[in-house]
Design a protein around this ligand. Structure first.
Ligand SMILES: *Cc1c(COP(=O)(O)O)cnc(C)c1O
Length: 388
């Protein structure tokens, strides 16, 4: 065996022993909430397609039309010849939705954060980032070379202390947080953070991958409560509630122009295929025309939490922390045997000892399926968890 293969095999064996090896399981999603796995049809409660727009007839039609008009690929980076006419339309729509001056689209949410953060800060600057922020905010932080400190989850007191200790000697300061936390489903206190950031001349950036389309009347976490929080950098993805693919940043005109000029993941990566951009535009049409539909995923999540006496959800994401990875994967297998797809989430996606089932709810889930799932959790999973 070559040293390369031996390295990979040893690493895998080590992960397997800790129940942390991951597998790609072929999953056929052809309908709104159903998925076929290992030949069995399951009801999926672990998809981020919160409004089921990836299967929406109008959205699919828009993608097909775009392929027929513009072809399947964009052919180059957007700065070369890949900037097909649909980009400008989508950017204007997102800027309007987010009440920002301008918007720029990236190849994905992950690429967006890897591009944006190093384009705005570097050595001599400061980043303060919530400990539960998504991997791509943390990787963008690392890539930037800025001095970085992690604040305790949603802890404004800790953030204030870090600003007091470090803001003074830094040229610029960026505060990074998920708007809706991807594995916990709770919201960041964006209104308070925006005030705090301003007081310290720090720039607040929220990653609203799980906010757009489903909270704040579909506008995202900056809009929860009805008044817009003053967040100068609103980032997100088109791959979840929007049902397509791609990332975006909504910000002021000079900031967006700078990103277009400086973000490496925009400059050196091919533009999104026309179909993805057209699908996102059609998805925004659906969301803007049907605010009641956008409110459904959180309502469905609330039906589940009420049945289990869990705290009311702030988003369509409801975590049930089990603890160890092995017990979590067993709980997931138990639900799968009953016809429900709920993937176990393990470290390093979540902190050690907090492996969990992560339930996500979508507009098209039927109440009876949600209640039956809640019954299974109550009778078969919670008693075991209490006994651990
Ligand atoms: C999914 C996710 C991303 C990555 O977005 P993609 O478009 O899937 O690359 C970024 N941030 C958060 C919080 C996410 O949940």
């Amino acid at each position: 065996m070559s040293s390369l293969d031996a390295f990979a095999a040893a690493k895998l064996a080590e992960m397997e022993a800790r129940n942390l090896r991951r597998w790609l399981v072929e999953t056929d999603r052809r309908e709104e909430v159903r998925a076929t796995r290992n030949g069995r049809e399951l009801i999926s409660f672990c998809c981020n397609d919160y409004l089921n727009l990836s299967q929406n007839a109008r959205v699919k039609k828009a993608a097909i039309n775009a392929i027929e008009t513009y072809g399947t690929g964009s052919g180059a980076s957007r700065l070369v010849t890949g900037n097909h006419p649909l980009f400008g339309i989508l950017e204007a729509r997102l800027a309007k939705l987010k009440q920002a001056e301008d918007c720029v689209i990236f190849g994905s949410g992950y690429l967006a954060n890897l591009g944006i953060v190093p384009a705005l800060v570097g050595p001599g600057d400061l980043i303060l980032v919530d400990e539960l922020s998504h991997s791509c905010l943390l990787m963008g932080t690392k890539l930037s070379g800025a001095e970085a400190h992690i604040f305790r989850h949603n802890d404004l007191g800790h953030l204030t202390d870090l600003l007091a200790a470090h803001r003074g000697h830094a040229r610029h300061c960026l505060i990074l947080t998920d708007g809706v936390f991807s594995m916990d489903g709770d919201l960041a206190p964006v209104h308070e953070m925006a005030v705090l950031a301003k007081a310290h001349d720090a720039w607040l950036m929220t990653d609203d991958a799980h906010g757009i389309g489903v909270v704040g009347e579909g506008r995202g976490s900056s809009f929860v409560g009805g008044v817009k929080a003053d967040v100068p950098l609103q980032m997100g993805t088109l791959s979840k509630a929007i049902g397509s693919y791609g990332g975006y940043l909504c910000a002021s005109k000079p900031v967006v122009d700078l990103i277009r000029t400086r973000a490496r993941t925009l400059i050196y990566s091919t533009g999104l295929p026309p179909a993805s951009v057209a699908a996102a535009i059609a998805a925004l049409d659906v969301i803007e025309e049907n605010p009641d539909y956008a409110a459904l995923p959180v309502k469905k999540a609330a039906l589940f939490t009420r049945a289990l006496n869990l705290p009311a959800p702030e988003s369509p994401i409801v975590p049930l922390v089990i603890g160890e990875a092995e017990a979590t994967m067993k709980a997931s297998a138990l639900l799968e045997a009953e016809g429900y797809l709920v993937t176990g989430i393990r470290p390093p996606t979540v902190p050690a000892g907090t492996a969990r089932l992560r339930f996500t709810f979508t507009a098209e889930h039927k109440d009876e399926d949600i209640l039956r799932l809640a019954g299974l959790v109550r009778d078969r999973i919670l008693p075991k968890r209490a006994a651990e």
